[in-house]
Design a protein around this ligand. Structure first.
Ligand SMILES: C[S@@+](CC[C@H](N)C(=O)[O-])C[C@H]1O[C@@H](n2cnc3c(N)ncnc32)[C@H](O)[C@@H]1O
Length: 259
């Protein structure tokens, strides 16, 4: 430790990189706990989950042949498939797929050579996704980080992200990656919380606020700027229900079809 008079600003504060590494490590730990225990009692924040949440968000839960314990791992903020008509032969990326409910829902209306690739940073949830979807050969599960996707360029027709986009500390980098893997004219569908009012500075439970999609929430104007700068030719942001300064929202965007 340096004597105090020799200490500079950088000796006190974390760099952005160190802080985002810490956030990601916390998120991985939080969602590994979710894999082990379901949505109850995994943090000081009580969150809804299970079939009840899925039904409230508009899912027809009767169409998936999975047990209630799989539904208890669902942690979505909306339904990214609600406003898009899937092509039966599309390649779909479910980014931050968790237990893979949206992947499986998509696979129900697809056929070979279509496929759904669920990518998630939390291995423990992917094991469960694999277990609960074993009868569906169109679903594939890959461990990876949304900010460095383990996929080739221009191979995806639709990227969907349910409650996971807000968890990415580097949004610009994530959108560069999403844009890279999308085919020209491909779609992005995000269900997440957005900021609609003044959010108080978070002084306690900062990492938890990241883990539950709050700290990373963008405003509509942030989305406009990002979409414009990242090669999307068209997008619409629809607000669903609001919770004080936050609202559940759905973003549908299309990558420019020009190279
Ligand atoms: C709120 S949960 C939603 C899970 C799933 N989409 C659902 O609807 O149940 C967020 C998910 O994003 C994943 N995640 C967080 N950060 C990630 C990252 N950097 N790359 C990939 N996945 C990430 C978490 O592991 C978790 O499974």
């Amino acid at each position: 430790m340096l004597p105090r008079h020799e200490m500079k600003d950088e000796d006190y504060y974390m760099t952005e990189e160190q802080s985002s590494r810490k956030i990601k490590a916390y998120i991985r730990e939080l969602y590994a706990k979710l894999a082990a225990h379901g949505t109850s009692n995994i943090s000081s924040v009580s969150i809804d989950g299970g079939q009840e949440l899925a039904r409230a968000l508009g899912y027809d839960t009767s169409v998936l042949p999975i047990p209630e314990r799989a539904w208890r791992l669902f942690a979505g903020c909306g339904n990214p498939l609600e406003e898009i008509r899937l092509g039966p032969h599309w390649t779909v990326l479910d980014l931050g797929c968790g237990v893979g409910i949206d992947s499986q829902m998509a696979a129900l209306v697809m056929q070979p050579p279509g496929r759904v690739i669920g990518v998630d940073i939390t291995r423990e949830l992917l094991y469960q996704a694999k277990e609960y979807s074993c009868s569906n050969p169109l679903c594939h599960w890959v461990t990876g980080d949304g900010e460095q996707l383990p996929l080739r360029s221009e191979c995806i027709d639709l990227v969907m992200a349910n409650g996971s986009f807000n968890l990415l500390p580097h949004k610009e980098q994530a959108l560069t990656e999403i844009n890279r893997v999308l085919k020209p004219g491909g779609y992005l569908s995000v269900a997440d919380l957005i900021a609609v009012g003044e959010i108080e500075p978070i002084v306690e439970g900062f990492e938890e606020a990241w883990g539950w999609c709050v700290a990373g929430a963008l405003s509509a104007s942030d989305y406009d700027l990002l979409m414009k700068s990242k090669g999307f030719s068209w997008w619409k942001l629809k607000e669903k229900s609001s919770y004080g300064p936050l609202a559940a929202a759905h973003l549908l965007a299309r990558k420019s079809s020009r190279h």
